[in-house]
Ligand binder design. Sequence first.
Ligand SMILES: Nc1ncnc2c1ncn2[C@@H]1O[C@H](COP(=O)(O)OP(=O)(O)OP(=O)(O)O)[C@@H](O)[C@H]1O
Length: 424
Amino acid sequence: MTQTATSDRPPAVIVDHVTKDFKLYRERRTSLKERLTTRRPSRYELYRALNDVSLVVPAGSTYGLIGANGSGKSTLLKLMANIHRPTSGTITHNGRITALLELGAGFHPELSGRDNVYLNGSILGLSRKQVAAAMDDIIEFSGLRDFIDAPVKVYSSGMYVRLGFSVAVNLDPEILIIDEVIAVGDEEFQRRCFDHLAKLRRRGVTIIFVSHSMPLVQTLCDRVAWIDRGVLRAEGDPSEVVDAYLAVVNAAERERLAAQGEAAASGEAVRRGSREIVVSNVSFLDGNGEPTLAAVAGERLVVRVHYAAAQPVTAPVFGLAFHTEGGVLVSSPNTEYAGVRFGTLHGEGYVEYVLDHLPLTPGTYLVSASITDTSLLHVYDQRDRAFTLTVQPGHSLDRGGVVTLGGRWSVVGSTVGERVEAMS
Ligand SMILES: Nc1ncnc2c1ncn2[C@@H]1O[C@H](COP(=O)(O)OP(=O)(O)OP(=O)(O)O)[C@@H](O)[C@H]1O
């Protein structure tokens, strides 16, 4: 079914004052005898995983959930997917939910891949005929043609994800809920997943997903919710919510570094990633190829991202982000979207981003640099707003705002008594 991606549809999901408590058992009775003979109920404590969370997921939107480990994101996804029930509050859906949460969830280990596809289809309320019609696409997308008739208990975790994702996206989802499971697939598969998600998005499918990759969230999402220790801390525009989240993460990181006695005075404490390859510096070069701290509006600027790879890293993606001092994201280009691939990098070097005519208006900009894998999910190094670029007035005639659009004016009309035609 093709859906329209407009706001005239009712919201896909409404989470209304939802609280979720889990029982944490203090003692474990493991033996059967113990369980049968002990009358005394187990003692447990209540753990509040979500506390009075309310949010609305607009139909057709791509909606991201962010937050630290253990903050309640997966719990919220499971509540949205009807896998858990709220302790209090309500969740309302408009549309069929397809969820891709835990690895292998919804698969029967003894059944073949093919039979599991039928099983999943029937759980989603689809007829055998409907599933059969999609079977070829599912097998093709999963790349598991040779294994589709083998029991899934012999599948690797990557193969589970392939099949799970293929089923979820090919069985006509209306509201697709995805935990960070895609990260398990290999690079080529992750890329296909994101291409496919983009297609679903264009068709108006609502996509709700959890991610720890801020570049990915900022690229894909229309709205973002930040869950912090079970509480909704911020919700709305992705840049604003990610900024608010990073500000808190950064402050905590600075405190941690200060406590460790490390210099945190530089203002750059925000650095995340697995560090197989790092951004060692970012420098700016002017039209003559000379290092500069002050670029000129409208003139050539080269942003040089220096890297150091302690081990070979294949297909790293370099990204930049330019923020105003007020926190507005101006642009976040990366090599992947530009269709540039670097093969395998090892040792030290640099990557350049060349602007022939710098379109920024005069002012101060904060520059972030990141290196990720091609899915943008795995962050090697991310240095958030660690570098400052000053832009001086140049030839640009634009005033105010953030960018020079570079448009041309023209007029055709008549003033009193004479006809005018002019062009800038
Ligand atoms: N079934 C459960 N029983 C008891 N506690 C649970 C259960 N599921 C989750 N929790 C607890 O609820 C809290 C939130 O967990 P949740 O998995 O939702 O966090 P998360 O934000 O998805 O974390 P991560 O980023 O690490 O995946 C955690 O403290 C977790 O231990």
